[in-house]
Design a protein around this ligand. Structure first.
Ligand SMILES: [Mg+2]
Length: 164
């Protein structure tokens, strides 16, 4: 089950301890969009997002949005926050993560995947040997097949609680 298991589990992106990631040698963040950075049904970038993007940059992180989505809003969010972007990612396949590493000039050992789904974000990150960081989904709204996978995820996490 190792490849289904996240290395770290946080309530949301804002709870991620950026200092401790830097101490682990991480300097690239490959971040999912839908239900990780923004609720699936909105595209409102808030002051909190701008502050998080600023904090990430100040910590020396390069950030790339890696999204299976392809709508214009994905690009708008990336542009607004100053992030790189790989849309139409087809996670958990490795191509998009590899492309993001190239955009950020980072080695696999220097990168963490941040996402809300075990079967796309975490499996894909683990398969490439990246540090994997699971966050709780921001909203219950999701695609039907994702909702089915959620019940499996709950069994995989087996009562594991996010870090405070
Ligand atoms: Mg997601």
């Amino acid at each position: 089950m190792g490849w289904l298991t996240p290395d770290l589990y946080y309530r949301d992106v804002f709870a991620i301890d950026l200092d401790s990631l830097r101490e682990r040698g991480i300097r690239a963040l490959l971040v999912d969009l839908d239900n990780t950075l923004l609720p699936r049904d909105t595209n409102v970038v808030t002051e909190a997002h701008r502050a998080w993007a600023k904090a990430a940059a100040e910590h020396g992180f390069g950030v790339c949005l890696v999204s299976n989505n392809w709508h214009e809003r994905v690009k708008a969010v990336a542009d607004e926050l100053g992030f790189q972007l790989v849309p139409k990612a087809v996670k958990p396949l490795p191509f998009a993560f590899r492309k993001a590493l190239g955009l950020l000039g980072a080695k696999r050992s220097e990168a963490a995947v941040v996402g809300d789904q075990v079967f796309t974000d975490i499996v894909g990150g683990n398969a490439l040997g990246l540090l994997t960081v699971l966050v709780m989904p921001l909203s219950a709204a999701d695609l039907p097949h994702t909702l089915l996978l959620r019940s499996l995820e709950r069994r995989i996490l087996a009562g594991r609680q996010p870090l405070p």
